[in-house]
Design a binder for this molecule. Sequence first.
Ligand code: 9D3
Length: 248
Amino acid sequence: MKIDVVTLFPGMFSGPLQESILARAQAKGLVQVRVVNLRDYAAGRHRVTDDYAFGGGGGMVLKPEPLFACVEALRGPDSRVILLDPQGERFTQALARRLARESHLILLCGRYEGVDERVRQNLVDEEISIGDYVLTGGEFPALVVADAVIRLLPGVLGDEAAPDQDSFSTGLLEHPQYTRPEEFRGLRVPEVLLSGDHPRIARWRRIMALWRTFQRRPDLLETADLTPDEQKLIEAFKQGKRPEEYLA
Ligand code: 9D3
């Protein structure tokens, strides 16, 4: 996969793309990320990329010419042009999975009050928002999208962290996790996890995942894939039962 990120602030990408899993994915050739400076596609001695909004009201708008010139230079027959914008479709794991099947993403980072409407209407294939909070631009959202997509590409994650094991894929939050030491400042790891009794451990984890989801994200239970026994357990939680009663 190729991912081109178009931005007025290329420096915002240098750290995140050069660490850890994202760096390794690029080094292995599983993804090729390029950060493109929109200013390089702006005309004139001053390379202006933004201007005042027609109609007044203040606030700057990204001009159409540099964005069209940039995308026309970057795109091929199979490119998907995505504008990161507060008005876009909400980014979800399902959307990340769909984008992971593309061969070339062009991520356009909005800035200021937004982009000229002709860009949205005639250049962009889809618009994505990462959630209902106000950021300074589309750069962090582009990194979020790139991160979520890259980790899904074949070969990027090891088998221990297979992406279909993720919460949001199974529809539940994860069970609590512990590592050594067995006792830290008098706080002990649950005995079941030290028992070596793997069926009992699996049952503990499933019950705790259901409990945690019930407490924190009951909305996820509406669409989770639950067995009849698990449905009954959720009903019991609603009646005030706690997980300990089922972990005997
Ligand atoms: C004046 C109205 N503002 C909308 C709430 C304008 C505006 C604010 C912030 C326009 C752009 C921005 C910068 N944000 C993004 O470009 C952005 C974003 C975000 O702020 N939140 C969540 N997802 C995204 S994707 C791009």
